[in-house]
Design a protein around this ligand. Structure first.
Ligand code: VGL
Ligand code: ZN
Length: 205
C-alpha cells in the first residue's frame, strides 16, 4: 500500500458551534477523527492562524459584510467574520480533539494580505507552507483529508495535494461544509472530483 498520511484540517473552536465562523455540526467531526488518527502512521494537523486585521476579514474592508465576495489582488475572496486570530481561544483546537497524535502542526493564513485555504500553500498558489516537502521527505504518496471545512480548506487542500503529485481522498463523514455561497459545496466537490480527488462517503476500513 502507498505510504499514507492523515491531514486534519482546521478542527478549531471558531469553526465549531459557538465559534466566530461556526459551521453546522462542526464539532461532530471530532469523535470521528479521534477514531481515525491511531490508524495512521503519520498525522499532521493544520491551524488557520490569522493576524488581527487579516485581509479575509470583512472588518478589514469598510462597508463590507461577511460572505460578500470581493476581488483581492486579482483573485476572488469571500469575506469572513474575524476568526482564528493567532493565539486566541477561537484559534485553539477543539478541546476534545486528541492532539497527542499530531506529529506536526502547520499554521496557515499568516500573511495579512492573502488567504490560505490549503494546507499546502496560499490562495495565490505561491508561498508553500512546507507540508509538501515534509510529506515527500517522509515518503508519503497518499493524503487522506478530514476536518473543517469541507468546501473551503479541506477541498482546497485536496486539490493542491493532487496538483503537487500526491493522490488524495476526502473522508466526507469527517468533514462539515460552510455551504456558502449557495451551491458552493456541490460545485467545489464536483471540481475536485474531476481532478482526481476521491470523495468517500464512509469511513475507511
Ligand atoms: C476556512 C474560511 C475561512 C476553513 C478558513 O478552514 O475552511 N474557511 N478560513
Ligand atoms: Zn481563515
Amino acid at each position: 500500500m502507498k505510504h499514507r498520511a492523515l491531514v486534519v484540517v482546521d478542527v478549531q473552536n471558531d469553526f465549531c458551534p459557538g465559534g466566530a465562523l461556526a459551521v453546522a455540526d462542526g464539532d461532530a467531526v471530532v469523535p470521528v477523527i479521534n477514531r481515525l488518527m491511531p490508524r495512521f502512521p503519520l498525522v499532521v494537523a493544520t491551524q488557520d492562524w490569522h493576524p488581527p486585521g487579516h485581509a479575509s476579514f470583512a472588518s478589514s474592508h469598510p462597508g463590507r459584510k461577511p460572505l460578500e465576495v470581493i476581488d483581492l489582488d486579482g483573485i476572488s475572496q469571500v469575506l469572513w467574520p474575524d476568526h482564528c486570530v493567532q493565539a486566541t481561544a477561537g484559534a485553539d483546537f477543539h478541546p476534545e480533539l486528541e492532539r497527542q497524535f499530531f506529529r506536526a502542526i502547520i499554521r496557515k493564513g499568516v500573511d495579512p494580505r492573502v488567504d490560505s485555504y490549503s494546507a499546502f500553500r496560499d490562495n495565490h498558489r505561491e508561498h508553500p507552507t512546507g507540508l509538501a516537502s515534509m510529506l515527500r521527505e517522509l515518503g508519503v504518496e497518499h493524503v487522506v483529508i478530514v476536518g473543517l471545512t469541507t468546501d473551503y480548506c479541506a477541498a482546497t487542500s485536496a486539490r493542491d495535494a493532487i496538483e503537487l503529485g500526491f493522490s488524495a481522498e476526502i473522508v466526507l463523514p469527517a468533514t462539515r461544509p460552510v455551504g456558502a455561497p449557495p451551491g458552493h459545496t456541490e460545485r467545489t466537490l464536483g471540481e475536485i472530483r474531476a481532478l482526481g480527488v476521491v470523495l468517500r462517503d464512509t469511513l475507511p476500513a
